[in-house]
Design a protein around this ligand. Structure first.
Ligand code: NAD
Length: 250
């Protein structure tokens, strides 16, 4: 159901973004990848997905504009690139705060504002923002991330309302803990911030939140993103879809 559709997925060289790109490709979409990685990894992903890749750094306005210029008009936009930093608020590096707000929130504003005119004109579009369980609830030591993801939820609802009569939908997907490099790389900082061992962080901090006691798999997130692009999902807009093993039900 996605043949003839062009889909740009930011932060799609690994993790959740790559799984979303694979799910779209399986339905026939033309894929534009974005994100960092060594040349050989990117070459093999391009070959696997018959995709283009735009190497833009979304921390800056210029990087976001460069991405949208090089990507050209897209039918589906997934704002997925994100980063995390774990530290007490009074010890939170100022430059990390700025970077997390820039990448996890502000970049979505820039890509959306540049993607919307084409979508509105053609009367069809899908905007999907990878938020997080942390767009609905908080955990300590993640002040910038929680603020950015709550902001992304508010931004998504706003554009859903603005675009409600245009054939363009906008939704958030909010995963709990998905086993990706983003999760793995925050384990040492959480160990330090809370004085715990690696096993304690995995079992007592990360999976403590997820009643299913299982990490979400990236391809499960890909399947949800693909559903939101189906014709039957045309009335699904302004929603924030949890895929978190029951975390935010508590
Ligand atoms: P990941 O680290 O595997 O992937 C992040 C992607 O973003 C990579 O492709 C990376 O190259 C790209 N990226 C990083 N900085 C960038 C920049 N400045 N410009 C452009 N691209 C950049 O992480 P992931 O776990 O797949 O996370 C993807 C999204 O899912 C993020 O928004 C994250 O907040 C969200 N999320 C992840 C989890 C989880 O448990 N992993 C849970 C909830 C939400």
């Amino acid at each position: 159901f996605l043949s003839g559709k062009r889909a740009l997925v930011t932060g799609s060289t690994s993790g959740i973004g790559l799984a979303i790109a694979r799910a779209f490709r399986a339905e026939g979409a033309e894929i534009i990848l974005n994100g960092f990685g060594d040349d050989s990894t990117i070459a093999s992903l391009r070959a696997e997905l018959a995709a283009d890749h735009v190497n833009a750094d979304l921390l800056t306005v210029a990087g976001c504009e460069d991405l949208m210029h090089k990507a050209g008009p897209v039918d589906i936009l997934v704002n997925n690139a994100g980063m995390q930093h774990v530290a007490p608020v009074d010890d939170f590096p100022v430059e990390k705060w700025d970077a997390i707000i820039a990448l996890n929130l502000t970049a979505a504003f820039h890509t959306v504002r540049l993607a919307v005119p084409f979508m509105r004109k053609q009367g069809w579009g899908r905007i999907i923002n990878t938020a997080s369980a942390h767009s609905k609830t908080a955990s300590p030591f993640k002040s910038a991330y929680n603020a950015a993801k709550h902001g992304l939820d508010g931004f998504t609802k706003t554009i859903a309302l603005e675009l409600a009569q245009t054939g363009v939908t906008a939704n958030c997907i909010s995963p709990g803990y998905v086993w990706t490099s983003l999760i793995e790389s925050q384990i040492p900082d959480t160990m330090k911030a809370r004085g715990l061992t690696r096993d304690q962080v995995i079992n007592d901090v990360l999976l403590a939140k997820q009643p299913t006691k299982k990490f979400v798999q990236p391809d499960e997130v890909g399947a949800l993103a693909a559903f939101l692009c189906r014709p039957e999902a045309g009335n699904v807009t302004g929603a924030n879809w949890s895929i978190d093993g029951g975390w935010t039900a508590e």
